[in-house]
Design a protein. Structure first.
Length: 295
């Protein structure tokens, strides 16, 4: 399996389901242990592994196709080392779920089957492609126009307003973002904000979040915009996998009046791995995970 490179993380009920892209066969392979743990709502790695051993033995005796289509790839284990682990492709995952006697298996299948066809799923695939496309190098750094470029790429063909500044006022969770009649001027003011230091960049990020220039897709676009700005100015980016979803969302709600929490979260997650493919891909996964509604 020399053709795999790209690693992705999907989230089912806040549980990671890791996937590895196979360039040779042009498909994803999914971690069996992650799937079993998600369906059984089991966080204990040893118990999940033992259950899969039991189930695999049972299915082998029954001559089930699940066992014969199972492959192995190296994935990061809980001890921090890359170890060979069982993986299945899309069809194999559907077969596996059908053989787990758990009512949650049906819900998992529904999520698994619909995830890649959703707007988020399609947009996420486009976000992955940014690494190879070269588009990131052409984005204007730290400007509204640069943010529009990112948004247009992520949501082009998915939303008819991709890349376009909204003309209506929007709210979320009781908070009203910049009113439409003031938005253009607010964005001009943000463009003029200094962004040479980490503190200045975070301040600019907070203001762009308050502006919320698009009807939808603001967070996913602006986190990429932030990383490009940090990379260009201070030689770092955010390792989003180090920031818990609840902590990030709470910090963003407070950021307009009390930015200290957001500042601390971002600073604590900075990495100099700005040219690392896996860090970028993992960042995309977590960025999209932040936008998922809680089950």
């Amino acid at each position: 399996m020399e053709g795999w490179r790209k690693i992705s993380i999907r989230f089912y009920n806040d549980r990671e389901v890791r996937a590895v892209w196979d360039n040779e066969l042009n498909k994803w392979w999914f971690s069996v242990l992650d799937i079993v743990g998600a369906i059984n709502e089991q966080d204990d790695y040893a118990r999940t592994r033992n259950y899969w051993k039991y189930l695999k033995t049972k299915l082998r005796k029954q001559g089930s196709e699940v066992v014969s289509v199972t492959n192995q790839l190296k994935l990061l284990a809980p001890d921090g080392k890359r170890r060979m682990t069982d993986v299945l492709d899309y069809a194999g995952v559907m077969l596996l779920a059908q053989n787990i006697p758990n009512s949650n298996a049906t819900r998992f299948v529904h999520w698994f089957a619909s995830d890649s066809e959703s707007i988020d799923g399609k947009s996420r695939e486009k976000a992955y492609a940014l690494w190879e496309s070269g588009l990131l190098d052409s984005v204007e750094i730290g400007t509204t126009r640069g943010l529009q470029q990112i948004h247009a790429y992520l949501f082009g063909g998915l939303y008819d307003f991709a890349g376009q500044i909204r003309t209506v006022t929007i709210s979320k969770g009781g908070f009203t973002f910049c009113r439409a009649q003031y938005l253009r001027q607010s964005l001009c003011d943000i463009d003029r904000m200094p962004d040479d230091t980490f503190d200045q960049i975070v301040a600019k990020y907070v203001e762009m979040n308050v502006a919320h220039p698009f009807m939808e897709g603001n967070g996913r676009s602006t986190r990429l915009w932030l990383d490009l700005l940090l990379k260009a100015r201070v030689g770092h980016c955010v390792d989003w996998s180090q920031i818990a979803k609840h902590d990030y969302l709470t910090a963003m709600v407070l950021s307009a009046t009390r930015p200290a929490m957001l500042h601390g979260l971002l600073q604590g997650a900075l990495t100099d791995k700005v040219n690392d493919r896996e860090t970028f891909m993992k960042g995309i996964d977590y960025s999209y995970y932040y936008e998922q509604a809680d089950s």
